[in-house]
Write a new protein. Structure first.
Length: 390
């Protein structure tokens, strides 16, 4: 008996660690701003960008110490060649230092953009599950009615089988919606530093506010001026020109001829012009995508109102015995579908407005997300973003 008790104690002791490590899913309430703050604090890429600033500053200071005098124009001689290399190294190090600071700000913008997208994606996925559940409920009631009609001889076998296929399709749609919600939580939790099994309660809802600008051309120029990607492209032109201006003739350590340095300048100018063109195209594409959503929004709102009124009337008829339960459930599903379409448009509009403000962040998030936006307007902007961020 004593041996049995001992074995039981040992067994409980072995199981205790697994019990202690068991974790219940947390459901903390989280505002959008809290999610942004957590993501910024959790971002490894942002922390790496901070280190890049520190490191590039150290390299820049070290390069500065090596510059004894500043050369001007094409030069010759070993001493002059060393001076040219030291000065060029300083300019390159200074450019890297400046760009590290630009890259940090660009990464921060990208993280904020990703949080907005991930936050809204959960809201959309939740609405997708609710809509799919009501659609399945409606399909089940329709299937019951079809089965009754088949037994009564009022519908054909082929029509019943069509209804059966619709029911299976509704079940598959619900499973897909649940999977999309799980994926949305996984992406969001990883972004803000939560456990994979946590299910935060998102308290902020997107609000539709039309975009207001005075001049599209001005906004395009603003984006071009503020873009860190274009800033780097223009600095590459300056660096190529500096290498040309300080070219050391008859330097055995110089692997490139003078003509090659001229070509490098031309290449840098073409690359900068291409990036400039793509950024301008991206801003305009985002703008017209926003306007397209705004044109659609009133119609989506009206569809929700019509569905609400239709449900109200059918429920009243049902109470009076003039409508069936199948009709009520179908009207509920129609309303849920209209509400989902309205929420999708609101979320997409919110993200596109942010993208219009900082298109370089949208370009980065679109590339990392692999074009996950589902709407036609969002997809068009995402395609332009992929090109505009290069």
């Amino acid at each position: 008996m004593r041996r049995l008790i001992t074995v039981m104690i040992l067994a409980v002791g072995l199981l205790a660690p697994s019990v202690a490590w068991a974790k219940e899913p947390a459901m903390p309430e989280m505002t959008l701003q809290q999610a942004v703050d957590k993501a910024l604090a959790n971002s490894k890429a942002l922390k790496t960008a901070e280190y890049d600033i520190e490191r590039s500053e150290e390299v820049r200071d070290n390069a500065s110490d090596k510059v004894k005098w500043t050369p001007a124009g094409p030069i010759s001689g070993e001493g002059a060649a060393q001076a040219a290399r030291a000065f060029t190294g300083l300019v390159q190090a200074d450019l890297a230092w400046q760009m590290s600071k630009k890259s940090y700000n660009a990464e921060k913008d990208s993280v904020v953009m990703s949080v907005y997208q991930a936050y809204d994606r959960i809201l959309q996925a939740q609405e997708g599950v609710r809509s799919a559940e009501l659609a399945l409920k409606a399909a089940e009631w329709q299937h019951r009615a079809a089965y009754a009609g088949l037994r009564a001889g009022t519908i054909s076998k082929s029509d019943f089988l069509k209804g059966d296929a619709s029911l299976e399709g509704a079940k598959a749609s619900l499973e897909a919606a649940k999977k999309a919600l799980e994926d949305a939580y996984q992406q969001f939790n990883q972004l803000v530093g939560l456990w994979p099994e946590d299910r935060p309660v998102l308290v902020d809802k997107p609000v539709f506010t039309p975009l207001k600008i005075d001049d599209l051309d001005y906004e395009v120029e603003r984006a071009v001026e503020e873009s860190p990607t274009l800033w780097l492209a223009k600095k590459q032109i300056d660096l190529a020109k500096l290498n040309l201006d300080l070219y050391v003739f008859n330097d055995p350590t110089n692997p490139d001829p003078y003509k090659a340095k001229e070509i490098d300048v031309n290449k840098a100018e073409v690359s900068a012009a291409s990036a400039d063109e793509k950024m301008r195209q991206l801003v305009r594409t985002i703008y017209y995508s926003i306007r397209q959503l705004e044109d659609q929004y009133a119609g989506l709102e009206q569809q929700v109102k019509v569905a609400q009124e239709n449900l109200r009337v059918i429920r009243l008829k049902y109470d009076l015995g003039m409508a069936t339960r199948t009709e009520v459930v179908a009207a509920e599903a129609a309303l849920a579908g209209a509400q989902k379409a309205l929420l999708d448009a609101t979320c997409q509009h919110e993200v596109l407005k942010m993208a219009f403000e900082k298109p370089w962040a949208y370009a980065a998030s679109a590339v990392s997300a692999g074009g996950s936006r589902s709407s036609s307007s969002g997809g068009q902007a995402g395609s332009a973003a992929s090109g505009g961020g290069s």
